[in-house]
Design a protein around this ligand. Structure first.
Ligand code: GRF
Length: 212
């Protein structure tokens, strides 16, 4: 690593944690210049917390409060405090099933990334792989983007295509998209942290790597 900067990631998720595992592995292998400082879930039984603990990572569940699809104000404050307490530089959403808004995004201005299992702006929202399958598209994929106030909007940092095969079911398609995510997400986070992605308005451009 030499004198390269080492960043601290806060990972939020509600699911099984396959993206967390891929990112943590890439950090350990020093392919991503960061460490996972904290993993937070809205669900105490989420697999992502178990996978974090297996790896010796700090893992906490924080109740989301009274709403079904977002954090309430008190929960939002608790999430921000936990992430700031862990001195997090970047917030990485890995299957976090709550919409983040206002104060949260202001606390980590343009420092929140997400992965979505479709080629945005097509098929935002839930079960995007199934939406794509049901629509009958021949190509879908996954998208890494900066998070803004919208749902699955914000500057697109990287996308990976995945073909829809004749023999696919939504489940087999989802598996291949997730395999693509496990490669695309760590690689994109690495490029972002190394300053190799330049965001100009809504467009993200590849900059030449920072000289060491
Ligand atoms: C991923 O497929 C991601 O695209 C979506 O949620 C899923 C999380 O899976 N946002 P995992 O918990 O990382 O296995």
């Amino acid at each position: 690593m030499g004198e390269r900067e080492q960043f601290r990631l806060g990972i939020l998720g509600s699911g099984k944690g396959s993206n967390l595992a891929a990112i943590a592995d890439a950090c350990e292998a020093r392919e991503v210049p960061a460490e996972v400082a904290i993993v937070i879930s809205d669900l105490p039984g989420a697999g992502i917390l178990a996978r974090a603990r297996e790896r010796g990572l700090r893992a906490e569940s924080i109740p989301p409060g009274k709403y079904r699809t977002k954090l309430d104000e008190e929960a939002e404050r608790t999430y921000i405090a936990a992430l700031q307490g862990a001195r997090v530089d970047w917030v990485v959403l890995a299957g976090f099933m709550r919409i983040l808004k206002g104060d949260f995004l202001r606390a980590f201005e343009r420092r929140v990334v997400n992965i979505h299992p479709a080629l945005l702006p097509s098929f935002p929202g839930l079960e995007a792989w199934k939406q794509a399958f049901d629509y009958g598209v021949k190509v879908t994929g996954c998208t890494v983007h900066l998070v803004d106030q919208g749902i699955d909007t914000g500057p697109i940092l990287a996308q990976q295509t995945v073909p829809v095969l004749d023999g696919d079911t939504p489940a087999t398609l989802h598996q291949r998209i997730q395999a693509a995510e496990r490669v695309l997400y760590p690689a994109t986070i690495a490029a972002l942290l190394r300053g190799e992605i330049l965001v100009q308005g809504n467009r993200a451009l590849r900059a030449s790597p920072k000289t060491r």
